[in-house]
Structures are given as C-alpha cells and as structure tokens.
Write a protein that binds this ligand. Sequence first.
Ligand SMILES: Nc1ncnc2c1ncn2[C@@H]1O[C@H](COP(=O)(O)OP(=O)(O)OP(=O)(O)O)[C@@H](O)[C@H]1O
Length: 257
Amino acid sequence: MSSDLLVVENLRKQFGGLKAVGGDDGLSFSVKEGSFVGLIGPNGAGKSTTFNLISGVLEPTAGRVVLAGTDLANVRSSDIASLGLGRTFQTPRAFMSLSVLDNVLVGAKSSGENLRSVLLGGWRSSEPALIEKAKAALTRVGLEDRVTETVSNLSGGELRMLEVARQLIRDPKILLLDEPTAGVDPSLQGKLSKILTDLHKEGRTLIVVEHNLHFLFSIADQIIVLQQGELLSSGTPQEIKTDPKVVAAYLGDEHAA
Ligand SMILES: Nc1ncnc2c1ncn2[C@@H]1O[C@H](COP(=O)(O)OP(=O)(O)OP(=O)(O)O)[C@@H](O)[C@H]1O
C-alpha cells in the first residue's frame, strides 16, 4: 500500500486578519505517493494559496506541511524543490527573450549565478548531458519542434507546457500544476491530458488545480474540494460528482445526478 507523500495538517493562512485558508481547525488533507489529485473550488476558495503554502511561497499563519516526512517549516523555501517538489503558476513565468531550450536549462540548477548571468545577457549552458535532459523534457511535453524558438513566439498553451518541462528537468516526485488548461486551445486539451496521464503513469504524484472539471474528472483519481478556504469534500471523481454538498455548493444544479 502506498504511503502519504504530502500531509497538510491544520493549515491556516490569513491576510490582514481575513481567512484565505483554513477554518478554526485549519485545512487538513493527505496525498498518497503516486496519486493524481484534483484540487477544485470556486474562485477565491483558497486553491492557489494552498499551493503557495505547500511550495513555500507563503508562510502559514498556523499548521504545517510535511513532504516525504520532512516538516517544511524547517526547510528554506528555496530548498523545497530539492526535496522533489515542482510547481507551475497560474500565470506562466519565463524568460521571454531566451529560447525554449535555454529556459529549461536555466532552471535546471536554479543557482543565483545562473539567474544573474541570464539577466546580464551572458548566460550559456554548455553541458551536453544537461542539454540532452532538457530536450527530453521538452519532448515529454510535446515541444520538441520548438526547441530553438524564442519564448515570446509561443502560444499560451505552449508556454504552460514549457513551465512543466522546466520542472521535469529536476525530476520532481510531486508536481503541483495551477490551471494547466488555462489559455490552452480546446483542440489541444486531449494532448495535454495525455501528457499529464503519462507523467502520472511513470509514478509521479500530481496535484492539479483546475476550473475545467470535465478535463480534470477524466484523469484524476482523487478530488479535493475547497470552499471558502475549508475542505468541503474529498473522494473519487464519481463520489464528488454525486456528493450533494458539492453539487449544491459548487457544481450547480445542471450537474446534479
Ligand atoms: N496576497 C494576498 N493578499 C490578500 N488576500 C489574498 C492574497 N492572496 C489571496 N488572497 C485572498 O485569499 C482568498 C483565497 O484566494 P486564492 O487565490 O487562494 O483562491 P483560488 O481558489 O485560487 O481562486 P481562483 O480560482 O480565482 O484562482 C481570496 O479571498 C483572495 O482574495
């Protein structure tokens, strides 16, 4: 039986005294190694804040996050990635004037030195093994024909896939993806769903925030529903679709069984 890779325990985050995540007892849930979790909830439910707390972008007001047995309160946020956690953001982040390949390479080691030389315009990667790894990551996300393209010429969907490739080069155990279908042409969503399913099949744990429930419910094996920062429900996609609390509070009448 697989064990918990991620444990979120009594987690709370307030901004200026206003609750963003967690009620009185805080938000608690756990994610088993190798699972594919969808994190859903209406706008403002606390999904991105939860991602920011797990990835160390924000510090919790209370509670803790334990990744692979390590309490992240004891880990500098810049070191969380080296514990095997990768994440993408709602708004993709990239060096727009660099090539697709260089964007993957520059993130590979994430040293301050790399970033400084990119900003000064003198950065080059010359490690053949790393270049091969970057190309393999780009092939995984379907960008193998765009390797030499300048990032500013990519479509919104390609930019999202580039972000995933930038994470894959570090070989993360767990990947947090914030709205991967946003800006992706609907005709390409089948391709995206295959990419995510393949990452899952090779043993990676995925947590995906997504508003496109049709997309998410067809690929995730567990759904966690947040409402106003609190856990509303958790279960298989089928259980969630038919949970009266979820139907009433989130999915709306048209989804009622
Ligand atoms: N930096 C911040 N300062 C103040 N309030 C914030 C901040 N970030 C988030 N919030 C508030 O916290 C709550 C949760 O926001 P969050 O962005 O986590 O929700 P979400 O579920 O990701 O929403 P969406 O689906 O719209 O992206 C909201 O009420 C939001 O206004």
